[in-house]
Design a protein around this ligand. Structure first.
Ligand SMILES: Nc1ncnc2c1ncn2[C@@H]1O[C@H](COP(=O)(O)OP(=O)(O)OP(=O)(O)O)[C@@H](O)[C@H]1O
Ligand SMILES: [Mg+2]
Length: 301
């Protein structure tokens, strides 16, 4: 078995009053894009800050490439690019000065990857950081976080506060990094970017992981949901008795395995007077909002 690129085991940090993270466990394989979702205050940033070695765990541990995040963070930093949720750039320096100092710190010898990032994000790093717009500051933070072309990217809500065009650019960047076999931890509230990039998704709520799902399985779910409308109440009731499902006032909602579709249409629906049929397609956003709102626990697909 390949060693995980990133591993979080029984990670716990209790801030008191029910706040913090509690027994958080997950693993990210090399080359995998892992989505980390959860409502505000759920514990995403706290978990990430432990992985970055900024905070010591109360219990449990986090490791990157087999190295412990608390004791070996300086070695780990050579392999990780980190984009924090709240960006603080040094003031009073030009974009170029900041880029050059980061290159030096990271031991980057040539500009090839830097140039591709500047082009991808359409960034001109002239001028003082103090006078840059929020979008330009974000772009500069992105470029400086990744100019060493790290193999692991840790992104804490990377597109919040960006305009739609920039969000798109960032999604393209993540997709291209994924193709280059990077390992990515993406904390996010934005479903299109999660859908476009993630292989696996964990949901954290009140400091605990409440669900871990395979994104591909979710999107190509083997079960289809149909809502059937009938000519009259009698037909609806008799169909409900015959084929089961959930009966509403005017319709019957049924779930059918993909492999049983032809039996369902050719036999179960024969002579049933269906006047309208609607397929309810699976929707990632709806699935997750369920977790945000209710106390649904431990669902795996
Ligand atoms: N240093 C700290 N001291 C005390 N409480 C803290 C500290 N850091 C975070 N918390 C609390 O821990 C909980 C988790 O916060 P965290 O910032 O990890 O959430 P988050 O999932 O990143 O939320 P958001 O989506 O708003 O960024 C919150 O209740 C927060 O108030
Ligand atoms: Mg956060």
């Amino acid at each position: 078995m390949t060693e995980p690129a990133l591993k979080v085991e029984h990670l716990t940090k209790d801030f008191g009053h029910g706040r913090g993270i509690f027994d958080v466990n997950f693993e990210i394989k090399p080359g995998e894009v892992f989505g980390f979702l959860g409502p505000n205050g759920a514990g995403k940033t706290t978990t990430i800050r432990h992985i970055m070695g900024f905070t010591k765990p109360g219990q449990g541990s986090a490791s990157v490439l087999g190295m412990d995040c608390t004791t070996q963070y300086s070695e780990i930093m050579k392999h990780v690019g980190y984009l924090p949720g709240e960006i603080a750039l040094p003031e009073g320096v030009s974009g170029w000065e900041f880029i050059r100092s980061m290159q030096k710190m990271r031991g980057v010898k040539d500009d090839r990857y830097l140039n591709s990032l500047l082009e991808m994000f359409d960034l001109d790093p002239q001028g003082n950081t103090k006078r840059m717009s929020l979008g330009t500051k974000r772009k500069l933070a992105v470029v400086t976080a990744f100019l060493a072309d790290p193999e692991i990217l840790i992104l804490d809500e990377p597109t919040s506060g960006l305009d739609p065009a920039m969000q798109d650019k960032f999604i393209q960047f993540m997709v291209s990094e994924k193709r280059r076999n990077k390992t990515i931890l993406l904390s996010s509230h934005i479903f299109p970017e999660v859908e476009a990039t993630c292989d696996r998704i964990a949901i954290i709520k009140d400091g605990k992981i409440v669900s871990q799902v395979d994104a591909n399985k979710l999107q190509h779910k083997e079960q289809k949901t149909f809502e059937l409308f009938f000519a009259n109440r009698k037909d609806l009731e008799s169909a409900s008795l015959g084929i089961g499902g959930r009966m509403g006032d005017h319709s019957l909602t049924v779930q059918v395995d993909s492999q049983d579709l032809s039996t369902f249409f050719n036999f179960q629906l024969r002579d049933r007077n269906v006047i309208r049929l609607v397929e309810h397609k699976f929707n990632l956003e709806k699935y997750f909002l369920d977790f945000y709102r209710t106390d649904k626990v431990f669902k795996t697909l």
